[in-house]
Write a protein that binds this ligand. Structure first.
Ligand code: SF4
Length: 65
């Protein structure tokens, strides 16, 4: 079982692209300019933590199981 679950509150996302710039491995922009997590459940956070900390509206959430 994965250790972390990453979610984005799409209502709050302003589409700035920061998370994609910092962690393109796990974030992408949708056609309506919202960020989307590619793999929501991961064992290692890697750059996901930095992406979360850098989101200007703090809409990325990381839960630890
Ligand atoms: S950094 Fe935050 S506001 Fe910017 S695209 Fe990513 S989730 Fe959306």
């Amino acid at each position: 079982m994965a250790k972390y679950k990453i979610t984005i509150n799409e209502e709050e996302c302003i589409g700035c692209g920061t998370c994609v710039a910092l962690c393109a491995e796990n974030y992408e922009m949708t056609d309506d300019n919202k960020a989307k997590v590619k793999t929501a459940e991961v064992d290692e956070l890697g750059k996901n933590e930095e992406a979360k900390e850098s989101c200007p509206v703090s809409c990325i959430k990381i839960e630890e199981f």
